[in-house]
Design a protein around this ligand. Structure first.
Ligand SMILES: Cc1cc2nc3c(=O)[nH]c(=O)nc-3n(C[C@H](O)[C@H](O)[C@H](O)COP(=O)(O)OP(=O)(O)OC[C@H]3O[C@@H](n4cnc5c(N)ncnc54)[C@H](O)[C@@H]3O)c2cc1C
Length: 445
């Protein structure tokens, strides 16, 4: 992915500090070697206590003995998804958001042959019956909801992972840092991410809170994450007051059926064909290409001409050569190219004066908001600020301080009148408070 999705997936160093525990040191040393052998690369280093503190002065000096540095990669998952969707659409596909597959349609022989779709945007109660040669269920943690309709045994164990986000200057670590939680020794990470520092994650069985439409970080999880941060980083202690936002996601884990610790469940993916319904789930972002290939190869048998999807092809279009606008440095150009690919020049063309400036200390530029509003399927303000240009997570208080400039850019693009804007802002702030704020309530009231 580092090669194919250049600048979208970027290399990231990870420090593994060793705190007065020889057992951990041996484990880490073996770990980094195995990691490099699997990649395959040979890029890890070992540091003395003094060397490590010089490189990462944010670490707690007491009990620090030594440490390692190895390399992995990072990205913004929302941008990965949009990048693929947009390339798929430009290759002739159709992508529609806010559409829910309500009910599977069955042919006379019982095979799944389509679905009843409904408008989930809240703007209409329209439904449509869509027939298809093949139906692929890629509903992640919700895959069982569709599988249940054909009588399949539920297999998904949704596991919640929560993160908390800090302003970059509060924890300006130069690389990611592996944290071992003092209570249960689970590995967690502090990661420099999109101009902030994020710490996570938890790994817990998800029981939806009544009334909550999205998962969110529970108070206990936030305390647990802070505890790991404070066991690893020097004073002053990280506190709830330092958190600018939080978020939680659900992992679609295939349950072993045994009542084992969530973190012991396999992260492997599955591709099942049941009554004509192909379900592809489990896995990781890092395995999405092989998952897609396997699902398409099963689907191929039902498609006219039985297309051959087994030949390995690029998943991302190669990046074109784009000239940086005057005043933009190479790093900023690379950041935008990674996200917008061949459409980066469109983003430059639509930018109004001053919109290629950074939004505060973030890597984002204002023109991204205009681009998203114009062409990234924004239905609601929360789409824009939480899943396109994620200012709601990257800036304090859901980016309320920036709202008037955001409004000036996107309201005309979205064609919303003042009444609609007010409704959208109210809806967004409720969602932010309920699921993304430093102390999320899970309630949108
Ligand atoms: C906290 C956390 C950390 C993670 N860290 C990593 C990591 O470091 N590296 C890594 O590789 N992976 C990581 N993952 C895993 C990765 O995010 C998941 O494997 C991946 O998101 C799964 O993608 P998916 O498309 O299968 O499911 P999802 O991303 O959950 O997408 C499923 C989609 O289906 C939609 N849907 C559900 N029901 C219906 C319906 N009836 N009709 C229409 N649409 C429906 C949902 O709205 C959703 O958009 C992490 C996951 C979490 C939660």
């Amino acid at each position: 992915m580092l090669h194919e999705a250049k600048n979208l997936v970027t290399p990231l160093g990870f420090f593994m500090p060793v705190f007065a525990d020889a057992h951990t040191a041996a484990q880490f040393a073996i770990g980094v070697v195995i990691y490099d052998l699997m990649a395959p690369k040979w890029k890890h280093s070992k540091f003395s206590r003094e060397e490590l503190l010089k490189k990462c002065p944010q670490l707690r000096p007491d009990k620090l003995e030594s440490g390692f540095l190895y390399y992995d990669a990072e990205m913004d998952d929302a941008h990965l998804v949009h990048h693929i969707l947009r390339e798929g659409v430009s290759a002739g596909g159709t992508a529609i958001n806010y559409v829910k597959a309500e009910k599977l349609l069955r042919a006379a022989d019982g095979r799944v042959c389509g679905a009843v779709l409904s408008d989930a945007s809240g703007e209409s109660s329209r439904t449509a019956e869509v027939k298809a040669k093949v139906v692929i269920n890629a509903a992640g943690p919700w895959s069982d909801d569709l599988r249940k309709q054909i009588g399949a045994t539920p297999r998904i164990r949704p596991l919640r992972g929560s993160h908390i986000i800090f302003n970059r200057e509060r924890l300006p670590i130069p690389h990611a840092v592996t944290l071992l939680h003092p209570r249960d020794h689970r590995a967690m990470f502090a990661i420099p991410w999109e101009g902030t520092t994020m710490i996570g994650t938890t790994d817990l069985d998800h029981k939806a809170t009544p009334g909550a439409n999205e998962p969110y970080a529970l108070a206990d999880e936030i305390d647990y994450i802070l505890e790991a941060g404070n066991a690893t980083f020097a004073d002053p202690k990280l506190s709830r007051a330092d958190i600018i936002s939080s978020f939680a996601g659900l992992r679609p884990i295939i349950s072993s059926g045994a009542n084992i610790d969530p973190s012991k469940e396999s992260r492997a993916h599955v591709v099942w064909e049941e009554e004509g319904l192909i379900t592809v789930t489990g896995g990781k972002l890092t395995t999405f290409r092989i998952m897609a290939e396997q699902a398409l190869n099963l689907a191929a048998a039902h498609l006219p001409g039985k297309p051959d999807f087994s030949k390995r092809v690029r998943y991302f279009d190669a990046l074109p050569k784009v000239e940086a606008p005057s005043g933009m440095n190479a790093a900023d150009l690379a950041y935008l190219m990674g996200r917008y690919g061949k459409e980066t020049s469109d983003l430059f063309d639509l930018a109004q004066p001053g919109e290629l400036d950074h939004i505060g200390a973030l890597p984002n530029v204002w023109a991204e908001l205009r681009f998203a509003a114009r062409s990234e399927g924004v239905q609601h303000l929360d789409d824009l600020l939480l899943r396109r240009v994620r200012l709601g997570m990257l800036l304090p208080e859901g980016a309320q301080a920036q709202m008037s400039r955001i409004r000036a850019i996107v309201q005309p693009e979205l064609g919303w009148d003042d009444g609609r804007w007010q409704l959208e802002e109210k809806r967004y702030l409720k969602i932010y408070q309920a699921y993304y704020s430093p102390a999320p309530t899970g309630q949108e009231n």
